[in-house]
Design a protein around this ligand. Structure first.
Ligand code: DOR
Ligand code: ZN
Length: 352
């Protein structure tokens, strides 16, 4: 019998991978994240994408004005730029000078708003060279896009065909393998030997720690459990949970909370993305508790990401209690609604 605590205190976490969109809907989703996290890395896959420093600064201002109107002064957005075939070495230097924290690699066609993404990583070598030089991390959506490759294999094929060659060519480039979903990815990061091993890390979402691919088809098709990279078999979930709870500083929290309106998910061609921001910390606590590793949550959620990005750790503490929280069926999203992860069910842990 496990003797689990009913309350845990930890240094306030950060979310190292987050989508908050733009316009009308932004403040609804931002409020959920800012209630729990001190900082978040904001993904640049807007329409049009955030490909330049000027666009990123303008986006940051819109985020700040939403925070102001919500009366929140305890949350810092960390800005990223969207890498394209045409990103110049100069834009990378400018991004560094202006306090942008990373570039995001979307292979063209891999996911939501990735059409302007990279068609061939070789086109980005000048930008990558510059990133390596100035210490600007590359955040990677790690899936190949070829329709001939089975959707469940796209991440593992990416490791061999793109990531490993990239690591050889840029051994000092900081790389975050984002939202990993397979045993192959977890082990690749855990056992890294190519390049400077301190320059590789991975984020893991709550849904990939808590669900396997059966959850997309439980009793019928479940569009709210559909995200990319797609949920995998149980053996992969187990490997991810093992990595996240191992205490290794190479794995840290990134929710990939990706809001889409209810009708865009419940559609003939529904969008990819799980909205986990409503009680993301409760979901992670559940996952860690399921293997009796709650004591490893603080490193994963609050320390390792900041250390990797060479940012200071937070100092404020938060408390999670083992208290069931009911998750609403829908939440407001601008003039429409969104269905959060676990809608209509409960989450075992809540933020005090
Ligand atoms: O499921 C996903 N949704 N995966 C991504 O990579 C993008 C995200 C989104 O922006 O909706
Ligand atoms: Zn994402």
């Amino acid at each position: 019998m496990s003797n689990s605590p009913t309350q845990i205190q930890l240094i306030q976490p950060d979310d190292w991978h987050l989508h908050i969109r733009d316009g009308e809907v932004m403040k609804d989703v931002l409020a959920d994240t800012a209630r729990q996290f001190a900082r978040a890395i904001i993904m640049p896959n807007l329409k049009p994408p955030v490909t330049t420093v000027d666009l990123a600064k303008a986006y940051r201002s819109r985020i700040e004005s939403n925070l102001n109107s919500l009366g929140i002064d305890t949350f810092t957005p960390l800005m990223t730029l969207y890498l394209t075939d045409n990103t110049s070495a100069d834009e990378v230097r400018k991004a560094k000078a202006e306090g942008m924290v990373a570039f995001k690699l979307y292979p063209a066609g891999a996911t939501t708003n990735s059409d302007a993404g990279v068609s061939d990583i070789k086109h980005c070598y000048a930008a990558l060279e510059s990133m390596q030089l100035v210490g600007m991390p590359l955040l990677v959506h790690g899936e190949v896009t070829s329709s001939e490759i089975d959707i469940f294999d796209r991440e593992s094929v990416f490791i061999d065909s793109v990531l490993e060659p990239l690591r050889k060519d840029f051994p000092e480039l900081k790389v975050v393998f984002e939202h990993i979903t397979t045993k192959e990815a977890a082990h690749y990061v855990r056992d890294a030997t190519t390049g400077n091993i301190n320059t590789l890390a991975a984020t893991i979402t709550p849904q990939h720690l808590l669900m396997n691919r059966n959850a997309i088809f439980a009793g019928g098709i479940r569009p709210h459990n559909y995200c990319l990279p797609i949920l995998k078999r149980e053996e992969h979930r187990v490997a991810l949970l093992e990595a996240a709870t191992s205490g290794s500083s190479r794995f840290f929290l990134g929710t990939d909370s990706a809001p889409h309106a209810k009708d865009a998910k419940e559609a003939a061609c529904g969008c990819a993305g799980c909205y986990s921001a409503f009680n993301a910390l409760g979901l992670y606590a559940e996952a860690f508790e399921s293997v009796d590793k709650l004591e490893k949550l603080e490193g994963f959620a609050s320390f390792f990401g900041a250390d990797f990005y060479s940012l200071s750790r937070n100092s404020k503490k938060i408390t999670l209690v083992k208290q069931v929280q009911s998750i609403p069926n829908e939440l407001p999203l601008g003039n429409t609604t969104i269905v959060p992860l676990r809608a209509g069910e409960t989450i075992a842990w809540s933020l005090v």
